[in-house]
Design a protein around this ligand. Structure first.
Ligand code: PSV
Ligand code: MN
Length: 424
């Protein structure tokens, strides 16, 4: 289904008076409204190709209907999201869940919707039907050289697909690790992983990056070979300038101070970017901002301050991507909510009075420092986000327009009720 410009214009027209009042109220108290709006217009978040179908858990999967049956239909869904919010102008592919058989056609289709391709993701955490050797006991860290070689070749193949699509980064997430003490020599596993990654690194084009993702547990429950940011940082430092550490918000043990991790990686020029999601207990992959929006704001506060300190462009300096998927929501509605939550947190961080905060920190004025942060966090910035979207040609309220146009019903009519998208 393609969204017509008239639909958006009509929707915006009906909401204009109310929006204008709210926007003027918040804009009135701000010094830098135009700069904030320009930054918001430029800021876009990549959509993962695997989040357009309903997510499953190990206990089951409840398909929602009208799920995309092909890469083309996934691109069309991202096109729809982008038409509504003007903030989702790229798509990140997971290979082999989504293989671009004909790259030029796929690229043309994406650009028809104003989209391009973000990082490509390799998958050595599952066995594929036509695969010779199994990843049951690991991939890049495997004790058997032949298995490692197969996993290395897969990653190089993924880079080749990415080159055809003009992607600029390879995301590597390994489930490699052990379930029981004694199963694996941890140093050996790390060294083999480093060696395998070096070979993949050597195949990266000059203008590419390798994003090394970490995760403490699941599917392995005793040790993960790249288990935390330190281990990822160690690998990316040893590998070289093109390698960086990717932060998935769900990949931390409870209570971890993610904003501090982010601040330090950024300081070292080693922050690749994000897989955004939210969680209550583990890698829950819930809608961004649904559980802990304050943490998201604190992360963005470090990002804005740290990127400004390094003179980085917020929109392009690192990779911004969602990695969420859940089992009960309409995936498009979930993604619209996630993008909105990210933009809200970003806007709040842009409103932090950094000069005053530094002064408070210098004076050890703890109370004032908290007041400054929370003043920004408690500002209702939604009209600013909506205004930026309006200026960019999107809908004032993407989610309500999605519902009003009964987009999901239309997709079900087009694709059927019992379609299942590739992914987990
Ligand atoms: C692993 O939990 C992960 O976060 C990696 O990024 C994978 O690519 C993705 O999820 C798969 O759903
Ligand atoms: Mn991830």
């Amino acid at each position: 289904m393609k969204l017509e410009k008239d639909h958006i214009d009509e929707h915006n027209h009906q909401l204009t008076a109310d929006h204008k009042r709210k926007f003027e109220f918040v804009a009135d108290g701000l010094k830098n409204v135009d700069a904030v709006l320009q930054k918001l217009i430029a800021f876009s978040i990549a959509i993962p190709s695997w989040a357009l179908g309903t997510g499953g858990t190990r206990f089951g999967r409840f398909s929602g209907g009208g799920e995309p049956r092909s890469l083309e239909e996934k691109i069309s869904d991202v096109g729809l999201i982008h038409a509504l919010n003007r903030s989702s102008n790229s798509i990140s592919l997971h290979i082999p869940w989504d293989i671009p058989e004909n790259a030029s056609t796929i690229k043309a289709l994406a650009s028809h919707y104003g989209l391009h391709f973000d990082a490509v993701n390799s998958n050595t955490f599952q066995d594929q039907p036509d695969q010779e050797l199994s990843y049951k006991y690991g991939s890049l860290n495997h004790v058997d050289k032949a298995v490692r070689q197969q996993a290395i070749e897969h990653n190089i193949q993924v880079i080749k697909y990415g080159v055809e699509l003009d992607s600029k980064a390879l995301s590597v997430w390994l489930s490699d690790g052990s379930n029981f003490p004694g199963q694996l020599n941890m140093r050996g596993a790390f060294e083999r992983t480093y060696d395998s990654l070096q070979q993949i690194y050597a195949a990266l084009p000059g203008d590419w990056k390798m994003w090394v993702e970490y995760k403490p547990y699941e599917p392995n429950f005793y040790s993960t070979t790249i288990g935390d940011w330190g281990q990822s940082y160690l690998l990316s430092s040893k590998l070289g300038n093109k390698a960086q550490t990717l932060v998935d918000l769900g990949h931390h043990l409870q209570g971890a101070n993610i904003e501090q991790i982010v601040a330090l990686l950024l300081m070292e020029g080693k922050l690749a970017g994000f897989h955004f999601n939210d969680s209550k207990y583990g890698d829950d992959d819930l809608t961004v901002g649904s559980i802990n929006p304050y943490q998201l704001f604190l992360i963005f506060n470090e990002l804005v301050e740290g990127m400004d300190a390094r003179g980085m462009n917020h929109a392009t300096g690192i990779g911004w991507m969602i990695d969420a998927s859940h089992n009960i929501k309409d995936p498009i509605e979930d993604l619209l909510q996630s993008v909105e939550a990210i933009k809200i947190a970003y806007t709040q961080a842009l409103l932090v009075d950094q000069v005053a905060l530094k002064q408070a920190q210098q004076k050890n004025d703890v109370v004032q420092a908290q007041e400054i942060l929370q003043h920004a966090y408690r500002t209702d910035v939604r009209p600013l986000v909506a205004q930026a979207r309006l200026l960019a040609g999107g809908a004032l309220q993407p989610l309500s327009l999605f519902r009003k146009l009964a987009v999901r019903d239309n997709l079900i009519k087009e694709r059927g009720l019992k379609t299942i998208a590739t992914g987990l």
